[in-house]
Design a protein around this ligand. Structure first.
Ligand code: SF4
Ligand code: FES
Length: 248
């Protein structure tokens, strides 16, 4: 495959940045999108140019590091992570536009790399339990109802990639926060902090400068882990419950 790439290049957080065009040839359909970018970077390095900075780690859909806006879609045309996207999803001769996540709370550090530490601070505000864990407990020592286990598992699948924020016209982190709250709030072990968790995590989300949720649903259709939209309704319900309880 021969492709034309238009890539956002930005030297650092102060630089204005601009789109730069590159031609790349001899890409095979079974390459991953990141392997295609590796090939581009090898070419740039051999030509004495600065390679394109982009985030990646596991390259198997687990860590959430990879984060590219591809042709205007978070993680590209398939509902998966950028590292799991194959070049066969594109036509030979295509022009592909590659940008970083664009959100006020995710400032660009360099090229395609953004600072997603706002997510870490939301998790730090409530993504923990205080139940003493000690040594590994026997399996099923704390009975967990099946619906609660299923719901916790579904929401625990969130890898913190930020596609939901990048896809949202408001730059909202509500789906991410909803997943992190739901993961622990439905479990017996998460009950002692059930109310402080949701209040603190939502307050931190607002402090970080994410936009509000207006139920556009772009988050859930862009989420590579298919975190369901109903998690946001659950978050709202948990928040109202916590506010009522805090007012006695
Ligand atoms: S909710 Fe989905 S899109 Fe958002 S951070 Fe988690 S895995 Fe990524
Ligand atoms: S590099 Fe880890 S999810 Fe893509």
């Amino acid at each position: 495959m021969n492709l034309k790439l238009r890539i956002w290049r930005q030297k650092n957080s102060e630089d204005r940045g601009a789109m730069v065009s590159y031609d790349i040839n001899e890409i095979t359909p079974d390459m991953s999108f990141l392997e295609m970018l590796d090939t581009l970077n090898e070419n740039l390095t051999l030509a004495g140019e600065d390679p394109v900075a982009f985030d990646h780690d596991c390259r198997e859909g687990i860590c959430g590091s990879c984060s590219l806006m591809i042709d205007g879609q978070a993680h590209g045309p398939v509902q998966t992570t950028t590292c799991q996207l194959q070049m066969r999803s594109f036509k030979d001769g295509a022009e592909i536009v590659i940008e970083p996540w664009r959100a006020r709370a995710f400032p660009v550090i360099k090229d395609l790399v953004v600072d997603r530490s706002a997510f870490d601070r939301i998790i730090g505000a409530g993504g923990y339990i205080t139940a003493p864990t000690g040594s590994a407990p026997d399996a099923h020592a704390t009975p967990v109802p099946k619906p609660a286990a299923d719901s916790a598992f579904e929401n625990a699948a969130c890898i913190g990639c930020g596609a939901c924020v990048a896809a949202c016209p408001n730059g909202s982190a509500t789906l991410f926060t909803a997943a992190k709250v739901a993961h622990l709030n439905v479990l017996p072990q998460g009950q002692p902090e059930r109310e402080t968790r949701v209040l603190n995590m939502v307050a931190q989300m607002d402090d970080e400068g994410f936009g509000g949720c207006t139920n556009t649903g772009q988050c859930t259709v862009s989420c590579p882990k298919e975190i369901p939209f109903i998690s946001i309704a659950n978050l709202n319900r948990e928040y109202r419950r916590a506010v009522r309880s805090s007012k006695g």
